[in-house]
Ligand binder design. Structure first.
Ligand code: SF4
Ligand code: SF4
Length: 153
């Protein structure tokens, strides 16, 4: 059976030696959104682990990366760290219920249909205490789907 690391290279099109270009400048760490909100994350570590052939399954980014691409935009080599994270999540079946619901929605409706996605993730919303954000989500749906939440003023 293929190792996780080999499958990551297959999914993303990267090769192990591609990460040898990393300069170690840590610009990715200096712009990472997660550090803005109080975490201590160095995305470069993920590259180093892949380059060195170390285990990456439980790297902190796998749970926390927001896919904002700030690291890629700032990296001198434009290394696509969020795509590596997404590949790891898919391979290790660590995708969040939100991602799974969106994929399912695209399979059924051909697009992300927000009411369907919210219904699918309702247990997660309740269990993880996201209920307090529902008003904001309703405003978002109202904006995108006026007939769902009533007429816009
Ligand atoms: S894509 Fe992920 S690793 Fe890169 S800056 Fe955003 S949160 Fe950090
Ligand atoms: S910004 Fe790019 S080159 Fe610099 S440490 Fe991060 S991944 Fe490596």
């Amino acid at each position: 059976m293929q190792k996780i690391e080999e499958r990551i290279f297959e999914y993303t099109g990267y090769k192990q030696e591609d990460f040898s270009v990393c300069l170690g400048c840590k610009i990715c760490a200096s712009v990472c959104t997660l550090n803005d909100v109080g975490f201590k994350v160095n995305p470069q570590e993920l590259l180093l682990s892949l380059f060195m052939g170390l285990k990456i399954k439980n790297h902190v980014l796998i749970n926390l990366c927001t896919s904002c691409y700030r690291c890629t935009e700032s990296c001198p080599w434009e290394i696509r760290i969020p795509e590596l994270v997404r590949a790891i999540k898919e391979i290790t079946d660590k995708e969040e219920s939100f991602t799974k619901a969106m994929k399912e929605s695209i399979r059924i409706f051909g697009r992300v249909y927000e009411p369907y996605v919210i219904l699918r993730v309702l247990p997660t919303i309740i269990l993880k205490g996201y209920v307090k954000y529902l008003k904001r989500w309703k405003d978002y749906i109202n904006f995108h789907l006026p007939t769902f939440a009533g007429k816009k003023g």
